[in-house]
Design a protein around this ligand. Structure first.
Ligand SMILES: [Mn+2]
Length: 353
């Protein structure tokens, strides 16, 4: 018995596939690989996203066309006429951007293929594996369940990019022996080699992005005895470097390379609010911390968005809340009681206030 999501896809003639806003390697790679697979089965496939890919992933558009949603009638017609709507690598309406409410209200069955916990309840069929290293790993299994021989060079390249980027080049905790087996199979079946993919994604930076890196590195601050670090990318720094906001992608990993640092937050100032990216090492879960600010994500990588708040206030508020969500040691446990030191200080003020 095929998985219900696979059965739905095999029965469908016209399929629309989308992914999250600010698409990353896993988002695009999974979307493109699934699209190419379904096209090989003779289906009409439309890949439609709210946002265009970042500059370092534009090469992926050579593997397959991916259109950016403009609200054009032609695009709405594709959604209305589809027999299946697939959402990959995200599980919430807001994360799909402008396409979110349109897909949610569409009549065709909504199929979720994802590895994030806590999906919203409007999907008709779910292929959800939170232990998967990437949505791309789930797409690989889906294709292999039907016919692994359909994996060609383009599908293998898309899936390699998906899994490689979402595992931090095969170093995060999600990187298992099984992940390497999947990768080995992709290299063999697709007849591809890894290096050009890494070069295309990591070694095609603009001078502005290194100028931004230099400004951002200067802001790195450690707190809680060096257990936490944060890095700030202000609009000023962005403008000064002549960089675009997608060039800040990846900066969050720099403070994580400090010895002793267990978790990191990057504060990225945008015209509409502060984007916070949380990262941690090992068993330290930071998604609860992100969730307390209206965000969410995985154990070691999560995000949140703060609106209507100056950058400095956002930083102070998020950093001050850390001990509530992370075990940073007894001395940082938050208490509503007034400490002995504070009582002594208050006593010294008696009569003088
Ligand atoms: Mn992913």
């Amino acid at each position: 018995m095929a998985h219900p999501v696979l059965s739905q896809l095999l029965d469908a003639e016209r399929v629309v596939i989308t992914t999250h806003i600010r698409p990353d390697g896993d988002a695009l790679g999974s979307q493109i690989a699934l699209g190419l697979f379904l096209r090989k089965l003779g289906k009409h496939v439309t890949l439609l996203n709210a946002d265009a890919p970042p500059r370092n992933l534009e090469w992926m558009l050579d593997l397959s066309d991916v259109t950016t949603f403009t609200g054009a009638l032609k695009q709405l017609k594709k959604i209305n006429e589809a027999d299946a709507l697939v959402i990959v690598d995200t599980n919430g309406e807001e994360r799909i951007g402008k396409l979110g409410p349109i897909l949610r209200d569409a009549t065709a069955p909504k199929l979720l293929i994802d590895h994030h916990p806590g999906p919203e309840n409007w999907f008709d069929y779910q292929l959800l594996r939170t232990e998967a290293s990437a949505a791309g790993e789930i797409i690989y299994d889906l294709i292999a369940e039907h016919d692994a021989d359909l994996i060609d060079a383009d599908i293998a390249t898309a899936l390699y990019a998906a899994i490689m980027t979402d595992t931090g080049s095969f170093r995060y905790g999600s990187t298992t022996a099984r992940v390497h087996q999947v990768i080995a199979d992709l290299l063999e079946r697709g007849g591809i080699v890894p290096e050009p993919v890494h070069v295309a994604i990591f070694d095609t930076r603009l001078p502005s992005s290194l100028r931004l890196l230099s400004r951002a590195l200067d802001t790195i601050t450690t707190v809680y005895d060096g257990q936490l670090a944060y890095i700030v990318v202000s609009l000023d720094a962005m403008n000064g470097a002549g960089a675009r906001s997608d060039e800040a992608e990846g900066l969050v990993s720099y403070p994580l390379s400090l010895e002793g640092v267990r978790a990191v937050v990057m504060f990225l100032e945008t015209p509409s609010g502060i984007k916070c990216s949380f990262r941690s090492k090992g068993d330290l879960a930071i998604n609860g911390w992100a969730r307390s600010f209206g965000g969410g994500g995985h154990r070691n990588a999560a995000g949140a968005y703060l609106r209507d708040e100056p950058l400095r206030d956002a930083i102070d508020r998020v950093i001050a809340a850390a001990p509530k969500h992370l075990d940073l040691g007894e001395e940082y446990e938050l208490s509503d009681e007034i400490s002995d030191d504070d009582l002594a200080l208050l006593a010294s003020f008696q009569g003088k206030l």
